[in-house]
Ligand binder design. Structure first.
Ligand SMILES: Cc1cc2nc3c(=O)[nH]c(=O)nc-3n(C[C@H](O)[C@H](O)[C@H](O)COP(=O)(O)OP(=O)(O)OC[C@H]3O[C@@H](n4cnc5c(N)ncnc54)[C@H](O)[C@@H]3O)c2cc1C
Ligand code: FES
Length: 242
């Protein structure tokens, strides 16, 4: 589906934990898939802010995002009220690819759980076996919805055992680069495909400014790809990690 500019309305805004808010937005957006994101315009800010879609109610045309407070843009969004307007581009990016015959492990670190909650819902609809593990630094940062929640330690501490115990065929992950890099290396060692959702600071978010470029190695050739347009989902094994 081609991305367009929408003026949506805030349906509900809910405080999820100490610094995360859930925004339910009604708009004319007809469809989207997990792993895609929206790019939100904030007043007095030239650059739009990207947020993963964490749910989409197709019948009522309501999309949801989770906003973790960071700077001025996220502060503005967390202060929106019911019926306030919100200007965004959607759906952006490629989204996750689903495989109906593969047992999936979903690994989220912190706010990286956002696109995985939507992915889990899509997998449930298609009867795809899945197991979502998420990790948070402290109790008051927990975002609910996982099959297993790790607090304090690394979400990767027990990951090899989980992969083996649950006969995992494929991995999907979102979180800080260091987690995605290590998980991709583990997946490669175990010969399991691993899709990662990358986060990069974005300027245009439509593939024009070249500000979000990463390098991928495919068929022994290294080429540049943009996270906003070609991604944000990539195969971990193809990324030339920093
Ligand atoms: C594909 C994608 C999906 C994302 N999904 C989510 C999500 O579901 N929930 C969530 O809370 N955050 C998400 N982020 C991060 C979010 O976009 C930033 O936290 C947000 O833009 C910060 O804006 P700010 O004005 O509050 O912060 P500031 O630090 O004031 O932002 C200044 C500039 O840097 C950019 N920026 C700052 N931090 C980031 C970052 N981590 N990633 C990308 N750009 C950044 C901003 O867009 C802005 O242009 C996602 C980022 C990407 C690229
Ligand atoms: S943000 Fe401009 S090319 Fe990706």
């Amino acid at each position: 589906m081609k991305s367009k500019n929408y003026i949506g309305k805030i349906k509900t805004i809910t405080k999820i934990n100490k610094d995360v808010y859930k925004l339910d937005i009604s708009s004319a957006l007809q469809d989207c898939k997990s792993g895609q994101f929206i790019s939100v315009l904030c007043p007095n800010k030239t650059l739009r802010r990207p947020f993963s879609i964490c749910d989409f109610d197709k019948e009522n045309k309501i999309l949801s995002i989770l906003i973790k407070l960071k700077g001025e843009g996220t502060k503005y969004l967390s202060n929106l009220k019911e019926n306030d307007e919100i200007n965004f581009l959607a759906p952006m990016g490629n989204g996750f690819e689903l495989f109906e015959d593969k047992k999936a492990l979903l690994v989220g670190a912190g706010i990286g759980i956002a696109p995985l909650l939507f992915l889990k819902k899509e997998m449930k609809k298609k009867n795809i076996t899945n197991y979502l593990v998420s990790g948070f630094k402290t109790e008051d940062e927990i975002i609910k919805g996982s099959d297993k929640t790790v607090v304090g330690g690394s979400v990767l501490d027990d990951i090899e055992n989980i992969i083996k115990d649950k006969n995992i065929d494929i991995i999907y992950s979102c979180g800080p680069n260091i987690v995605l890099k290590k998980l991709s290396q583990t997946a490669k060692k175990l010969n399991i495909p691993c899709y990662v959702a990358l986060e990069r600071v974005m300027a245009c978010s439509i593939g024009v400014c070249r500000g979000c470029i990463i390098k991928l190695i495919k068929n022994n050739e290294i080429n540049n790809f943009s996270v906003c347009k070609d991604g944000p989902i990539f195969k971990g094994e193809e990324i030339l990690w920093d």
